[in-house]
Design a protein around this ligand. Structure first.
Ligand code: NAD
Ligand code: AHE
Ligand code: ZN
Length: 375
């Protein structure tokens, strides 16, 4: 069938909005009418050419919400009409990783997903007979897409697509990093580096679990008001501190009789490896944990003095906030619908598919938190 899509033909070039062809779902697959999709920084990262797994031509997008319109043979957990959120981290509940209960990184289809293909090694998308690749197994920059059944979370039907699409990545990543990965306890001190679409969700996750001190760090002073809106207690602009950022943060987080300083938890939400080092070194000696959320370009490496780890700081990473999508995403939708978490104010721009490149421009200019394309 013909569908409308924003196609990434080449790295570093704007997306082209055009009509492409989509084949129906095969064994274990589901066709979804995408109703809305967020534009995440990771889409920009891949489009820019910085992603070692980037493949072109492809249909990007991984932060969607929609309705099941057709199920392939063997699909048992979903039916036509179900409301769903695509999962770039699927949950098969059968692979060694899922069964371990130690990680959310399901391995059932990761290798074909990374090659821009469905699990049978083919693509459902094409343009005039030429293959177009899938992206992150989701390709939500098309008004219809096909995914494996294990890569869809079924969600309640009264939740608005143009808001819950953000749970498909940013909301779950930020809140999950706090709740699942760091397991932050009430009363903790935390520093969040980068107050964009992810960092603000880390901040609201920290507020949710009852952190006492939530320091936000961003180069853009406009983010101060944004951070405070979601629970940030202190704001620091590194440009106003200079070389001494880490000692400054360590000093800021000194509390009571404990005059060592450093945060219980820090979060990198920038993808900048220098910031990742600062985040680790701003952790408290003996127990501080630093969580890497940001995605760094091909070839980038992190470094620190091993002494930082010898003296008890812990470096961790998180993908999709450690969430097991089919289990956790419906719960996060409930949190939103019950008013426990906020989404609406972070969606600063709503666009038509034809305007999708404007969403990338707004991101580059630091003028948006989240742009959402509504089909
Ligand atoms: P964003 O562009 O909305 O926000 C980034 C923020 O970081 C901006 O406010 C910017 O001003 C700030 N910043 C940039 N350099 C800085 C520096 N040196 N010091 C302090 N602040 C700085 O991006 P986003 O959507 O919030 O995504 C953040 C990162 O998280 C990206 O790298 C993205 O690819 C990654 N990400 C990872 C996961 C995951 O599962 N691990 C999921 C989603 C996004
Ligand atoms: N392909 C990149 C890495 C990109 C990456 O780390 N993606 C995150 C999700 S970012 C969502 O906005 C992720 O889930 N990683 C785990 C995985 O299995 O991809 C590279 O460097 O090769
Ligand atoms: Zn994302």
């Amino acid at each position: 069938m013909d569908v409308r899509a924003a196609v990434a033909f080449e790295a570093g070039k704007p997306l082209e909005i055009t009509t492409v062809q989509l084949d129906g779902p095969k064994e274990g697959e589901v066709m979804v009418e995408v109703k809305a999709t967020g534009i995440c920084h990771t889409d920009e990262f891949t489009l820019s050419g910085a992603d070692p797994e980037g493949i072109f031509p492809s249909i990007l997008g991984h932060e969607g919400a929609g309705v099941v319109v057709e199920v392939g043979p063997g699909v048992t957990s979903l039916k036509t009409g179900d409301h769903v959120i695509p999962l770039y981290t699927p949950e098969c509940r059968q692979c060694p990783s899922c069964l371990s209960q130690k990680t959310n990184l399901c391995t059932a289809i990761r290798s074909t997903q990374g090659q821009g293909l469905m699990p049978d090694g083919t693509s459902r998308f094409s343009l005039n007979g030429e293959r177009l690749h899938h992206y992150m197994g989701t390709s939500t920059f098309a008004n219809f897409t096909v995914l494996p059944e294990i890569a869809l979370a079924k969600v309640r039907e009264d939740a608005p697509f143009d808001k819950i699409c953000y749970i498909g990545c940013g909301v779950t990543t930020g809140i999950g990093a706090v709740v699942n990965t760091a397991k932050v306890e009430p009363g903790a001190t935390a520093i969040v580096f980068g107050l964009g679409g992810i960092g603000l969700n880390v901040i609201q996750g920290l507020r949710l679990v009852g952190a006492d001190m939530i320091v936000g760090v961003d180069l853009n002073n406009a983010k101060k008001e944004w951070g405070e809106r979601f629970g940030m207690t202190h704001f620091v602009n590194p440009k106003e501190i200079g070389e001494e950022l880490v000692p400054y943060l360590v000093d800021l987080t000194k509390r009571g009789a404990d005059q060592i300083g450093g945060a219980d938890y820090t979060f990198d939400c920038t993808g900048n490896v220098t910031v990742m080092r600062q985040a680790l070194e701003a952790c408290h000696r003996g127990w501080g944990q630093s969580i890497v959320i940001g995605v760094a370009p091909a070839g980038a490496e992190i470094s620190t003095r091993p002494f930082q780890l010898v003296t008890g700081r812990v470096w961790k990473g998180t993908a999709f906030g450690g969430a097991r999508g089919r289990t956790d995403v419906p719960r996060i939708v409930d949190w939103y619908m019950d008013g426990k978490i906020e989404i609406d104010p972070m969606i600063t721009h709503t666009l038509a598919l034809d305007e999708i490149n404007k969403g990338f421009d707004l991101m580059h200019a630091g003028q948006s938190i989240r742009s959402v394309v509504v089909y």
